[in-house]
Design a protein around this ligand. Structure first.
Ligand SMILES: [Fe+2]
Ligand SMILES: [Fe+2]
Length: 279
């Protein structure tokens, strides 16, 4: 007599739950997983996209690339000022990763023909101080800034990328796993810089007080990056299967992750409403 079949752990899960493991490796799927067109085949070329979806994807890619190129400008002075050999190597690695992410976002823009090319030309002309999001217009004045930026601001970037994971536009969805794995290095590095300042004090490059000051400087700008809580654009992005979360949902998830992390190394988390420019 045959044994009864053992229940599969994924037997009761739909395609969304099977493929969406936050931040982890996902098995690419071909159908749209959320929004109005759930279950329909993903869009695979720019030509197939409805005009309003094409416009939104271009705008999102411009913001994405603009953050990558902005952060290269911010990191640049620390390539030869970081305190240790290892820190210098990580600075160089981060700059290389961000340049690759910028290229990846621009490749998606390129698929949109002349309109995409025009946006790329603008991106390449953008100078320090002229970036779209405030967090990328503030220089790194201290080594603590480098640590707090990578721990706090790059972490927001990760939430933005996770929101695109397995999205309705295939070329964008497939760009996410590698970008996410590279960003993980940036986050870990930033956290370690803050941890060493907070725990080791003067033995490392900077003190706990400097780490706290830098956290206070970047925290409100990081929270602003998620955008307005009541944003029609983010609602559309969810309906069209491009983004997974509203701005407010993503911001709340971020706070849930970051708060215990900073507290674990003895740093205080400011009030999330303090010093904010975008609500
Ligand atoms: Fe990046
Ligand atoms: Fe990064």
């Amino acid at each position: 007599m045959k044994d009864p079949p053992s229940p599969s752990p994924t037997a009761k899960k739909g395609p969304m739950q099977r493929s969406l493991k936050e931040g982890g490796t996902v098995v690419p799927v071909r159908e749209i997983l959320w929004g109005d067109s759930t279950g329909v085949h993903k869009y695979e070329t720019a030509d197939e996209l409805p005009p309003e979806m094409a416009d939104l994807i271009m705008r999102l890619m411009v913001v994405q690339a603009d953050t990558e190129y902005g952060s290269i400008q911010q990191h640049r002075p620390w390539l030869d000022q970081a305190p240790s050999l290892e820190d210098r190597w990580v600075q160089a690695r981060i700059v290389a990763d961000e340049a690759r992410h910028g290229l990846q976002a621009c490749r998606i823009l390129r698929d949109f023909g002349e309109e995409g090319e025009a946006r790329i030309a603008n991106l390449l002309r953008t100078k320090e101080g002229d970036h779209k999001l405030d967090a990328f217009n503030i220089p790194f004045d201290s080594w603590a800034d480098v640590g707090a930026f990578t721990c706090l601001v790059d972490r927001v970037g990760v939430y933005q990328l996770r929101a695109f994971q397995e999205c309705a536009y295939g070329p964008l969805a497939r760009a996410m796993p590698l970008m996410l794995s590279e960003e993980q290095l940036h986050l870990n590095f930033g956290f370690n810089v803050l941890r060493r300042m907070s725990r080791d004090g003067p033995k490392y490059y900077g003190t706990k007080a400097e780490a706290q000051e830098a956290v206070n400087k970047w925290f409100p700008r990081a929270l602003d990056m998620f955008g307005h809580s009541k944003s029609a654009t983010s609602e559309n992005a969810i309906r069209w299967g491009i983004k997974r979360w509203t701005n407010e949902e993503a911001r709340a998830r971020y706070l849930l992750e970051l708060t215990p992390l900073l507290q674990s190394i003895g740093l205080e988390v400011p009030d999330p409403d303090w010093n904010r420019r975008i609500h």
